[in-house]
Design a protein around this ligand. Sequence first.
Ligand SMILES: Cc1ncc(COP(=O)(O)O)c(C=O)c1O
Length: 400
Amino acid sequence: MPSKVQELIRAHDSWRGKQCINLQPSENILSDAVRSVLSTDMAGRYTLRSNEYITNGGASNSYGGTRYLDEVEALGEETASSLFHGAHASLKPMSGHIASLLMVASTCRKGDTIMAVPSADGGYDGYGSGYIPDIFSLNYRPLPFDRERWNLDTDASVTSIEEAKPRLVILGQSFILFPYDLKAIRSACDDAGAVLAYDASHVMGLVTGGKFQDPVGDGVDIVVGSTHKSLPGPQGGLFITADDGIWKEFGRNTTWRIIDNAHWNRIAGVAQALLEMKRHGARYAAKIQSNSASLGKHLHAAGFECKFSSLGYSRSHQLLIDQPSLERTGFTFGSLSGMLESNDIIVDTTGRLGTSEVSRLGMGDREMREVASLVKEAMNGGHVKSKANKLRRRFKISYA
Ligand SMILES: Cc1ncc(COP(=O)(O)O)c(C=O)c1O
């Protein structure tokens, strides 16, 4: 007889995994290959290779029986490295946030200043005062942002960086639509002696697919990010750098400082997802971008407004709902999410829509039109659950 846990998982899987249309930009759907990797024997094993920081009493590993685990990790690192033009790559961080902790630990000292996009402008909350800067006793300064273009205010950011002389400048946002002018910020960081980092948590799938922008190619020192938002891997984190000194510091800060067991089934799952991206990433990322533009356009035609129509809505997997026009229809972000969930259409409660998962399923312009009309019908009081289920069931995972 199945346990209560197994029953709950079965219910969740058949609902979220097979019936719902998921428009949350922080999530994605795993290929069958990645799912199967997660539940293999590797889930219960350890490996801890000797390196310049860990000597293991002269042995090459603290554990026995690690040969395949070590090979899988090396393959994952190699694949990530090739997707980022030969930079050093680690799959050890257990999440985007842990990768960020490793980045800050590997670059900053007590009393240093870091700069990042503030959360009020869609930046990641973790970089703000009271969170990561607080743990490491750092000062936080916001990067100036232009809300009209939903992008860095590049000139003001350059001036601020040159004035504040931060140790670390972090680009990237939780609400990210458009690429940045990396070259201008790179040169300001050079003048200020700052390390330039890019938190690609949200856009990792677009970046590894060769779309959006090329942080390492444009001179960014560190790329960190989640492996499970636009990149369709299991939940985890990546740390990438082409700088040998930073890579060395990352090594020193990893085992026994921020990480011990790095969860080897997860690492194997990320490695598998990276192989999938190497083969299909360019087509998948292009599909995400065209679906974001299509969804924005079809929602507009249905009378539902997303922001930045004059800029083509987005170059990422996200659309930002126009709050004033939504509120004129009597909905808030939260009540819209609740009402759509009762119709098996899942959106977050912060005003974002995401196209990664529907793209991964192989949906295109025609389906974006259908999604837009289902959303609008539901907002007008229609019951669209069975139509949403029917649309979802027409698709299986593509690009895997
Ligand atoms: C820009 C950004 N960085 C880091 C994180 C943390 O990532 P994770 O949830 O993988 O720890 C998030 C989470 O949403 C994020 O949006």
